[in-house]
Design a protein. Structure first.
Ligand SMILES: [Zn+2]
Length: 395
């Protein structure tokens, strides 16, 4: 965020690296992204600002950058964020919950919207409705429960804290389930689902699940991206893609999670499954949601059918997606593949949609907070049910 906008009431930024300029133009508030940096994918843009109390509605225009050859990405039709601006504007009314703003009108490379009057403490976000407050809500749920322990695992490259959470009750757990999210900082739906998963596991309804399994939760591995903000290429931190750093360990945040996971597995019930929550792309006509499964090239034959069966169970429970993404192979520096080399179990990547969810009738619908939040408990229920009946295939 430029220094000019930091002092520009009624907007306040939490985030030194958020990439927007805010100014006034003809009685409206104009929000413009700064030039995107290294664009291997698309023109992504995130902005998260706090709002002062306001008695009047604020008219806002988000003006997107003109497309340039240098920042058109590799994915045809996935290179202009302005085309999805009407789906990616969010307001926290001050209660800590993000609600998608309705009535956002896209006009060319601009989006027009109105922020309603309201008290101090609200947040407005474009593209990435998540900040450290959302993680701390999850951690507070853990602190408040006798069935969870919250652990500081270490610090990320720029000093942000990396957290882990263990959820379990009693001593009868038959296996360990690992859930990770926010390796890619702007893939906020993973943390949202994770928070609801934790809340569900700690609720009375979640008691059988936390007794049957030990849950190891890593809600925000890319801690710098969450605490300090994110800009530029959506996939990288200082030129490193966190999900290409497993076993390489250029990033201390990846090392911290890996060490914690392995040391816990040495002590407790064996690994039953691991899922890594991501978020699909910015393509207006394609949901970008998927469940990762073993690729067709044969080197994961052992678990291919099992991967597909879990994906199908999750899709049936949650209607997250209808797409199996054949991305998993042995020997890659990704989280699921690294886990295979360490434990013999190949985890699965889950991509949550930004823009479109299956509507259950063969079509698609716009995302809703309710469906995004329901996905966390649906994921927990699916893991619990599926793993009771389908242990990972041993060779
Ligand atoms: Zn990702």
């Amino acid at each position: 965020m430029s220094s000019a906008s930091e002092s520009l009431a009624p907007f306040h930024t939490h985030c030194p690296n958020a990439c927007a300029r805010i100014s006034q133009e003809q009685g409206r508030w104009l929000i413009q992204p700064e030039a995107p940096t290294s664009m291997a994918g698309s023109n992504w843009f995130t902005c998260l600002v706090g709002l002062d109390a306001s008695d009047v509605p604020l008219d806002v225009v988000v003006r997107w950058l003109p497309l340039r050859e240098t920042n058109v990405g590799d994915y045809t039709g996935n290179d202009n964020f302005s085309s999805v601006l009407d789906r990616v504007c969010f307001l926290d009314h001050g209660d800590g919950r993000w609600q998608r703003l309705s009535g956002v009108r896209v006009d060319g490379d601009e989006a027009h919207l109105q922020l309603p009057p309201g008290p101090q403490g609200r947040r407005f976000a474009i593209g990435m409705p998540v900040d450290a407050r959302d993680l701390h809500g999850l951690l507070e749920d853990g602190h408040a429960s006798p069935h969870a322990s919250v652990r500081l695992l270490g610090h990320a490259t720029r000093g942000s804290p990396v957290w882990g959470l263990t959820i379990n009750e009693g001593s009868q757990a038959q296996g360990t389930i690992v859930v990770q999210s926010l390796q890619h900082a702007q893939e906020w739906a993973g943390l949202r689902a994770h928070r609801q998963l934790v809340r569900f596991l700690l609720s009375p309804e979640g008691a059988p699940l936390r007794q049957r399994w030990r849950w190891l939760c890593y809600p925000a591995t890319n801690a710098d991206g969450l605490y300090l903000g994110w800009r530029g290429d959506p996939m990288v931190v200082d030129d490193y893609n966190p999900n290409r750093d497993w076993g390489v360990f250029s990033l201390p945040e990846i090392r911290a999670v890996a060490d914690d996971l392995l040391s816990n597995l040495q002590q407790g019930p064996p690994l039953a499954h691991a899922v890594d929550l991501h978020m699909g792309w910015n393509w207006r006509s394609n949901p970008g949601s998927a469940v990762g499964v073993a690729a067709d090239d044969g080197d994961l034959d052992q678990c291919k059918a099992w991967h597909y069966a879990f994906a199908d169970a999750l899709m049936a429970q949650s209607q997250l997606s209808d797409f199996h993404w054949q991305i998993h192979r042995k020997g890659r520096p990704t989280f699921p593949s690294w886990l295979m080399s360490e434990t013999g179990l190949h985890g699965q990547t889950i991509e949550i949609s930004r823009h479109l969810w299956p509507d259950g009738k063969g079509g698609q619908e716009l995302p809703s907070q309710e469906r995004e939040e329901r996905f966390g408990p649906d994921l927990a229920r699916t893991l619990d049910r599926f793993l009771q009946q389908n242990p990972y295939p041993q060779t």
